[in-house]
Design a protein around this ligand. Structure first.
Ligand code: ADP
Length: 397
């Protein structure tokens, strides 16, 4: 059985075809610059290298058609008929309060996903476009929605209600939702397996550190607190996103500096975070290289980012009344040993200490704790596509 996993962004479509008996990706890739000039598909077959294929991609439906053509192609393809795709799993960013688990998409579910557009105007529309394109191109293939927010629906009200007048929650559903749920849930399950203990008895702090970053307190396998909020802009500083800042700063920028909503949105989402502080890049490869070469702002960015992660670990241990393990995942969490070192340095008082030799790894699953550390520190590579495919399989079986 093969599951096609689709992740649609505003101008991109990422895909992966997974063979479920072995959980291997047969092919994967990304369509970039959809509805723009010079659109391209970067396609990888099996373990081979990526091939760049120029294609006219006027919209997401055209991109999906091109992906299916590639999967069937004599040279680049891996299947001989569309019917070999048993189901499609879609990453959907926002499921609001309606979805606490993945769902097979029917008219009712699609309409509920559309209802969430008002709270996720940037993210849900491209997800919906991807779903509708699949329904049109493969009318007999079931579609499943896997929501970034679903895992966090177990947060208690005292964690998710914002301290605004209560009707903002009651009437407008303005609250903390949290994102990256598929990843936090996946690494929590894998952490329990690595520790050889049931997830139900563990208190974990999972740190998903990538271009977008969020931290989650997972108590007994359930999300009880997370750093992203009403949108993925909240919480930790990120590659180009500010994370939490005093809301009065935004008012000042708008009123006194005269910036409009669109400019402020661009400032907070695209020009802030590591890029804004370092002036070098949003990419930790460039930032660590610059810091090593003595760039003071690159060093300040690293100091700020790791200080924030460290504070969240302390907060979430307090929120859960204990901690058994810290888990690092995603591009930075899996690859950047200096970040793991800087975050955990100074947490010895909580029983967190890492082994510098074990910490040298990149991108592999491993317990990097120092011998005798009471709290374990783990690196667990995330695999959101596989998590989406597993949920899809479970629902369509
Ligand atoms: P996204 O949120 O886009 O899924 P990723 O989880 O892929 O992001 O993380 C991307 C970030 O991870 C990059 O910006 C880079 O800072 C960092 N990163 C990825 N691989 C490496 C590496 N080998 N060495 C250092 N940093 C890396």
């Amino acid at each position: 059985m093969h599951i096609l996993v689709i992740n649609c962004g505003s101008s991109s479509l990422k895909y992966q075809l997974i063979k479920m008996s072995t959980e291997q990706a047969l092919a994967k890739g990304v369509c970039e610059r959809i509805a723009m000039e010079n659109s391209v598909i970067n396609h990888t077959k099996g373990e081979g290298g990526s091939t760049s294929i120029e294609r006219d991609l006027p919209d997401h439906a055209a991109a999906l058609r091109a992906v299916i053509d590639l999967l069937l192609d004599a040279e680049h393809g891996v299947i001989s008929a569309v019917s070999e795709i048993s189901a499609v799993g879609h990453r959907v960013v926002h499921g609001g309060e309606k979805f606490s688990a993945s769902s097979v998409i029917d008219d009712e579910v699609l309409s509920a996903i559309k209802d969430c557009v008002v709270i996720a105007p940037l993210h849900n529309p491209p997800n919906i476009t991807g779903i509708e394109a699949c329904m049109e191109l493969m009318p007999d293939t079931p579609n499943v929605a896997v929501f970034d927010t679903a895992f966090h629906q177990t947060m208690p009200p005292h964690a998710f209600v914002l301290p605004l007048p209560y009707e903002f929650y009651d009437k407008h559903r303005i609250r903390k939702y949290g994102f990256h749920g598929t990843s936090h849930s996946y690494v929590a399950t894998h952490a329990a397996a690595l520790l050889g203990r049931p997830v139900e008895e563990l208190k974990l702090v999972t740190c998903h550190l990538g271009n977008g970053s969020s931290i989650c307190a997972v108590d007994g396998g359930k999300s009880v607190e997370t750093s992203m909020g009403y949108t993925p802009l909240d919480g930790l500083m990120m590659g180009t996103r500010s994370g939490s800042v005093d809301p009065a700063v935004v008012l000042y920028i708008m009123d006194t500096l005269g910036m409009g909503t669109a400019c402020v949105s661009d400032l907070l989402n695209k020009q802030s975070g590591m890029l804004g502080i370092t002036g070098v890049s949003s990419d930790f490869r460039d930032i660590t290289a610059a810091a090593d070469a003595g760039d003071k702002r690159a060093q300040l960015g690293l100091d700020m980012f790791t200080y924030q992660v460290r504070k969240f670990i302390g907060q979430y241990a307090a929120a859960m009344g204990g901690i058994d393990a810290v888990v690092f995942t995603a591009g930075i969490g899996e690859n950047v040993s200096v970040v793991r070192k800087m975050v955990t340095d100074g947490l010895g008082f909580m029983g967190i200490a890492i082994d510098d030799e074990k910490n040298k790894l990149r991108g592999e699953e491993r317990d990097i704790s120092a011998d005798g550390a009471a709290v374990r520190t783990l690196v667990i590579p995330t695999n959101e596509e596989l998590a989406i495919a597993r949920d899809t399989l479970a629902l369509v079986k």
